[in-house]
Design a protein around this ligand. Structure first.
Ligand code: PMP
Ligand code: GLN
Length: 395
């Protein structure tokens, strides 16, 4: 191949031309370069349950190191079907597809259901991979704004219905609890979304990676549990958030085989399968009964305290914040510090305070969307959060 960098031979395909390193990689790199506290990329700085690590080590040494079946290890598919019952949903193991993180489940779903030019509805802001996989599929992403409402964000059901009515869409991609806003959609909102999906016959993919991280006694609600929704819905989640193992990339998609079959079709040519010993360890941990329940309870309680610590600290530093009902993140209004632009705020923050946050504009899809929100992660050790908020308060 030619070594001339200006040659047309080097031109990437249109579908990836606008891709650049994700905001998470960029912000982690900024934290490493400046030595700032990284409240940008959402990953915990402590390990998951001891049991999980023990099972993984055992699996590595017991020769569980070859390809898993493409749909996942049978013991994990069974454990996940059982795990789903806590949300009032019954599935058989044949309805479960294990994926390389929730990211692959979402990508395989979009590739499976949305052809070139077909429309995919979601909310704005949304997790960064949604727009990217829509671009890979050649699909059109239509993002309906979530509306700032007091210290939270609200669904605009009229706007969702109008978007669905404007031109036929194939799929709705929902995320609750929501990254980056911290919103957990209410039962009434999910009902309104479900009504639109029934009326316009949409497939629903619901990204519930924070299913166990809903705070203040609220239950986690899955849209799949609403009347007539199970048959049109694929539930996506991941062990990353539930077991403090974001680097393991063990995720899954659960739904009727009519939907998960095509998803598996796409998934098998993306990765086929991955992480046999890790799948085994996740299965054993999910099936550890009281030990798993106790882990989840303490994880959730610990994160709720850290959320409060961070939100209070940001408030004391003079930043207006939004409530986080679930997930890992608190949003702050950068205009409180007289910044007009979240990108500028996030790029100045390491030098001003020795802290890194993520600009929410990286999650926005619509031109008029707010550019004045910064996302701070609280899935970090309390002493680190205390140091971060004291630095911010000193600015
Ligand atoms: N969806 C959401 C809303 C997320 O926040 C994340 C990552 N934290 C993912 C999907 C990706 O999950 P995974 O790392 O399991 O691919
Ligand atoms: N989901 C994580 C976040 O929102 C990051 C995942 C990633 O780096 N791809 O921060």
């Amino acid at each position: 191949m030619t070594t001339d960098p200006t040659s047309d031979a080097w031109r990437p395909a249109a579908r990836v031309r606008s891709f650049h390193p994700s905001v998470f990689s960029a912000m982690t790199e900024l934290a490493q370069r400046t030595g700032a506290i990284n409240l940008g990329q959402g990953f915990p700085d402590t390990d998951g349950p001891e049991l999980l690590l023990k099972y993984a080590a055992e699996a590595l040494h017991d020769g569980r190191n070859q390809y898993p079946p493409a749909a996942g290890l049978p013991e994990l598919r069974e454990a996940l079907a059982e795990h789903q019952e806590r949300h009032g949903l019954r599935y058989g193991p044949e309805e479960v597809v294990v994926t390389t993180g929730a990211t692959e489940a979402i990508a395989a779903a979009v590739l499976a259901y949305c052809g070139p030019g077909e429309r995919l509805l979601t909310f704005d802001p949304c997790y960064d991979s949604y727009a990217a996989v829509a671009a890979l599929a050649g699909a059109e992403l239509v993002a309906v704004p979530l509306v700032p409402d007091g210290d939270g964000f609200a669904l605009d059901a009229e706007a969702l219905r109008a978007a669905a009515a404007a031109r036929p869409a194939r799929m709705l991609l929902l995320n609750s609890p929501h990254n980056p806003t911290g919103k957990a959609f209410t039962g009434a909102e999910l009902e309104q979304i479900a009504a639109v999906c029934r009326e316009f016959d949409l497939v629903v993919v619901t990204d519930e990676v924070y299913e166990h991280l809903v705070y203040d006694g609220r239950p986690h609600r899955s849209i799949a549990a609403l009347p007539e929704m199970r048959d049109r819905t694929v539930v996506v989640s991941s062990a990353g958030k539930t077991l403090n193992a974001t680097g393991w990339k063990v995720g899954w998609a659960i739904g009727p085989t009519r939907l998960t079959g095509p998803l598996l079709g796409a998934k098998q040519f993306l990765t086929f399968g991955s992480g046999t010993p890790l799948q085994y360890a996740v299965a054993q941990t999910l099936r550890s009964g009281p030990a798993f329940e106790e882990w989840v309870r303490s994880l959730r309680d610990g994160l709720r305290e850290r959320r409060d610590l961070l939100r209070t600290g940001l408030g004391e530093a003079g930043l207006r914040t939004f409530r986080a009902e679930g997930g890992y993140f608190v949003l702050a209004d950068v205009r409180s510090w007289n910044f007009e632009d979240d990108l500028e705020f996030c790029h100045r923050l390491p030098e001003l305070a020795g802290v890194v946050a993520v600009p929410v504009s990286a999650f926005h899809q619509t031109p008029g969307a707010p550019r004045w929100l910064a996302r701070f992660a609280f899935c970090k050790r309390p002493e680190l959060l205390r140091e971060a908020v004291s630095r911010l308060a000193a600015v």
